[in-house]
Write a protein that binds this ligand. Structure first.
Ligand code: PLP
Length: 431
């Protein structure tokens, strides 16, 4: 695909030069539109090749294999906390003692939803009243962040207060100030490793600060969504400080709710999700879960334990994902650099894990870029999606998800995106 290579800084061009560049870019854009592409960069989901890595699961545990290590017949009811052998595998990966880890259904988002709904209906341990709609309950939302966290709060009428992310996690001073001064602030969403969408790895200082800070609310919770705990894109397996231990040491053992899942390890639709927390929190959640089910799908948990084997087995499996994902992320970086570096039209993250690249275009241009791309047959996540209520105050951030499309499609999609970013940028500068 021909991409007009504007490599000079757009902001340094004269008005005449910008006008000429605009004509050139419009010509290239018309050509792009003429190709009637149908490409998609919205989906943060594993490709078919990644799912194939876990195909063996479909034959497990196999007829005749249904007994767990402790003698539990996995085919039967019960075992609300999940199979011990699977909790033993994931305990160290999520930094939760296996005895405080629950292995539940197929989705960690479901467990976050459970926690929020029960907090809204009944409160959490330590609450003086439920976080009900109309109670004024609010949560801190590091931005840009994960849209589904925000959609959940919006549905429940829990107010969202954005807090900017920096290279070490959420702006700690701002979080400390907001949590200390307002008892309505009940919690914070955190994706501590390879954050969605910025790829940030929280520093130890941030983790300790969040665990130890003074909160006006006695029932403050950190929603520690460790969705990308083992999802490395480089050979460095980045570590994040142990939030449960830090909270325990600081005298706030009930503060963290830890979440994780195998959605992007085994099968995104048929994995196993985890919840880890203090004993009183685990009793609280399982008390509520026990009213809606007699137990989780332990056959699925058994086949996961058999397939993955150990924490090392999980790491080895994630190396196979990395071999498939890394070339796609490298391709995106190469295309963005070739097309945009030096233009001043965008900056972007270089994640070392996770599923996303976060792109900042010129202020006021993100919606225009998304609209131009859509018209050219390239679907992008809606501008604003990584912000509470879908509103990016600067109209600047675009989330890219390179995992799903085949490399050739990804390549065409990023070429087209680069062109749309330049076109929107020049239009903006001429306004
Ligand atoms: N949390 C984050 C940060 C995610 O990015 C995603 C999926 O993209 C999820 C949770 C969903 O997890 P699950 O499949 O376990 O519900």
């Amino acid at each position: 695909m021909p991409v007009t290579l504007v490599t000079v800084s757009l902001t340094e061009l004269s008005r005449d030069e910008l006008t000429r560049t605009l004509d050139e870019l419009r010509g290239a854009y018309d050509e792009l539109r003429g190709r009637a592409l149908a490409l998609d960069l919205t989906r943060g989901k594993p490709s078919a090749e990644q799912l194939d890595l876990a195909e063996e699961l479909l034959g497990l545990p196999g007829a005749g294999t249904h007994t767990a290590a402790d003698g539990t017949d996995t085919r039967n009811y019960g075992g609300l906390r999940g199979l011990a052998e699977l909790r033993e595998i994931f305990g160290p990966l999520l930094d939760v003692p296996a005895g405080q880890l629950v292995a539940f259904g197929n989705s960690s988002l479901e467990l976050m939803h459970e926690c929020m709904v029960h907090a809204a209906l009944f409160g959490v341990p330590g609450s003086t009243r439920p976080w009900a709609p109309g109670s004024g309950a609010a949560v801190l939302c590091p931005v840009p962040g994960y849209d589904r966290h925000f959609a959940l709060c919006e549905k429940l009428g829990i107010e969202m207060i954005p807090v900017p992310m920096n290279g070490e996690g959420p702006d700690l001073a701002e979080v400390e100030r907001l949590a200390a001064e307002d008892a309505r602030v009940k919690g914070i969403w955190c994706v501590p490793k390879y954050s969605n969408p910025t790829g940030t790895v929280y520093s130890a200082q941030t983790v300790r600060g969040l665990a130890a800070m003074r909160t006006a609310a006695p029932d403050f919770r950190i929603f520690w969504d460790n969705a990308y705990a083992v999802h490395h894109l480089t050979e460095t397996r980045h570590e994040v400080a142990d939030v449960l231990a830090a909270a325990d040491e600081a005298g706030n053992p009930d503060r963290p709710f830890v979440f994780g899942s195998t959605s992007k390890i085994t099968l995104a639709g048929s994995g196993v999700a985890f919840f880890g927390a203090s004993k009183s929190n685990v009793d609280w959640l399982t008390g509520h879960l026990g009213k809606r089910t007699i137990g989780p799908d332990k056959v699925n948990q058994l086949r996961h334990a058999l397939f993955l084997g150990s924490a090392d087995g999980v790491h080895a499996h994630m190396d196979r994902h990395r071999a498939l994902l890394r070339p796609k992320f490298d391709l995106v970086q190469r295309k963005l650099e070739e097309g945009l570096s030096g233009t001043g039209a965008a900056t972007w993250t270089v994640p070392e894990g996770g599923y996303f690249v976060s792109l900042d275009v010129l202020d006021g241009c993100a919606s225009r870029v998304v609209a131009l791309a859509a018209e050219a047959g390239i679907a992008l996540t809606p501008a604003g999606a990584p912000f509470p209520y879908g509103k990016d105050p600067n109209d600047r951030v675009i989330r890219l998800a390179p995992s799903y499309p085949p490399p050739a499609e990804l390549s065409d999609a990023v070429d087209g995106l680069v062109l749309c970013i330049k076109l929107a940028g020049v239009e903006h500068l001429l306004r």
